[in-house]
Structure formats: structure tokens, C-alpha cells
Design a protein around this ligand. Structure first.
Ligand SMILES: [Zn+2]
Length: 56
């Protein structure tokens, strides 16, 4: 396995919980309110939202 993982995050705006991939190459938005949760930075996700838990 490469060092990628799933991250459980809390939306900073509406506190909806989402799971996103740490190597996501696209911008990830909250399903409920559309706030940006993570942006792509050089093939890795730069997580904007608060990380609640790291999942293997
Ligand atoms: Zn939200």
C-alpha cells in the first residue's frame, strides 16, 4: 500500500461528516453546504476541514 489513507473530516461550516481520500486529485466539497473540504495540491489533498479521524 502507498501511504494514502481515508480521512474522516468535519465540515467547518455545517459540521457534516465526510470521508475523503488523502490522495484525492480533485477539490472535495461538502455534500450538504458545498463548502470546500480539501483542495488538490501536487497530487495530494490539502485538507481544509477539520480531520476527525484517520482511517487505514
Ligand atoms: Zn458543510
Amino acid at each position: 500500500m502507498v501511504n494514502s489513507k481515508f480521512l474522516k473530516v468535519n465540515c467547518p461550516s455545517c459540521e457534516n461528516e465526510s470521508v475523503l481520500f488523502s490522495n484525492s486529485a480533485t477539490t472535495v466539497s461538502c455534500e450538504l453546504c458545498g463548502s470546500t473540504l480539501a483542495t488538490s495540491a501536487g497530487g495530494r489533498a490539502r485538507v481544509v476541514a477539520k480531520v476527525v479521524e484517520e482511517l487505514e
